[in-house]
Design a binder for this molecule. Structure first.
Ligand SMILES: *Cc1c(COP(=O)(O)O)cnc(C)c1O
Length: 378
């Protein structure tokens, strides 16, 4: 029997990526600008709709950093951030010398709890400092409570930085994720729903904001024949080679979303008679998830059934699974910062597990996964 490693989420090429890369070589556009960069931005703008403007960058992390800069976040400012997320959502707050204030999740979407968010906003304002931005994340491709979070942002006039790194292809009431924030962020890292090997994008409401982001991303060069700089610059633009991979990936994005959703349905079916397991799915039909990763929560019991035991059973079969993101307020680098909420994120972290979710998993892979689960819960 084939025992090769089954990954959580590995790159899945569509076929035309190398042609775009070849064109870049043929024209010698081997640089952080060129036709593939412009083409990928155009593809993403068409895909997202909603008059989105897109700037292709070297990573999702750099997009979050530039997003904070565009929103005016400076040293000493406070930024509200979902605690349950990947560290890249929060690190750029520290790059700016600003202060993260972490917010708990709610159980429906595992994302920002509107109750904890409002509690934090009121308390920070009472302490004399109104937060400068809200970083909201669509974990594993499931949209956050779009309307409730927007209502609070409007009520207190605090802009949203929408971390849609995991949610390209997801939508809420038909509108694509990435277009809900005052600024949106996408990632094309190797494990994401589509990849440019490494890359990301910033999504803005106006051309001016996009131009500003690209200006910062290309060392903040002023308009002069020599190199002239009046602001801090960054080297955050996407390479034309990487963008070529992205152009090929855009051709198969919706197909790959469909395949990830099938993986999620596979797990829903597999666990339907196992009472201690809940598969993470959207709360209702307004939500459409790309299910970048399929995740479950296991209620631990006396018979040795828990998250870690299942993870080890997968590991023994050379199958990757991983606990959910460890909340930021529990991370050594962030634990000294304020946190608002209860223990929703903590409990999800203790009992949650991400399962192999790639759009490229074979029937044989699925059978191996099924074998481990059937054996573990028998
Ligand atoms: C992947 C990811 C990022 C960062 O994207 P990179 O392209 O890896 O820099 C940010 N936020 C979340 C939630 C992510 O999953």
């Amino acid at each position: 029997m084939n025992n090769s490693k089954i990954w959580l989420s590995s790159p899945h090429m569509g076929g035309s990526e190398q042609q775009y890369v070849q064109k870049a070589f043929d024209a010698n556009w081997v640089a952080p600008l060129g036709p593939n960069v412009n083409g990928l931005e155009q593809d993403l703008e068409n895909y997202l709709g909603n008059m989105a403007h897109v700037g292709a960058l070297s990573s999702g992390t750099s997009a979050i950093h530039l997003g904070l800069i565009l929103l005016g976040v400076q040293a000493g400012d406070e930024v509200l951030c979902q605690s349950m997320t990947f560290s890249a959502s929060a690190n750029p707050i520290l790059y700016q010398g600003a202060i993260p204030v972490f917010i708990d999740s709610e159980n429906e979407t595992w994302n920002l709890s509107p109750v904890a968010l409002e509690e934090a906003i009121i308390d920070r304002i009472a302490n004399g400092k109104k937060p400068k931005a809200i970083i909201a994340v669509h974990l594993y491709g499931v949209p956050y409570q779009i309307e409730a979070v927007r209502a609070l942002a409007d009520k207190y006039e605090i802009p949203i930085l929408e971390d849609s790194a995991e949610a390209l292809g997801s939508s809420y009431k038909g509108q694509k994720c990435g277009t809900f924030g005052d600024i949106g962020v996408l990632s094309f890292n190797g494990n994401k729903i589509i990849t440019t090997s490494g890359g990301g994008a910033i999504v803005t409401k106006t051309t001016m904001q996009k131009d500003r982001a690209v200006f910062f991303a290309t060392q903040s060069r002023d308009n002069a024949p020599h190199y002239q700089h009046s602001e801090i610059g960054y080297n955050y633009r996407m390479s034309n080679i990487c963008a070529g991979i992205g152009r090929g990936q855009m051709e198969v994005l919706d197909e790959h979303v469909g395949l990830r959703r099938k993986m999620n349905a596979f797990y829903v079916d597999l666990f339907k008679d196992i009472a201690v397991v809940t598969v993470f799915t959207v709360p209702n039909e307004d939500y459409f998830a790309n299910y970048w990763l399929s995740a479950i929560v296991i209620e631990p019991n006396q018979e040795g059934i828990d998250r870690e035991a299942l993870r080890l059973a997968f590991e023994a079969a050379n199958i990757e699974s991983r606990p959910l993101w460890k909340p930021m307020h529990l991370q050594p680098i962030f634990e000294k910062y304020p946190y608002y909420g209860k223990k929703v994120a903590e409990t999800l972290f203790e009992n949650g597990l991400c399962l192999p979710s790639g759009s490229n998993l074979t029937i044989e892979d699925k059978n191996r996964i099924k074998g481990v689960i059937t054996n573990f819960f028998k």
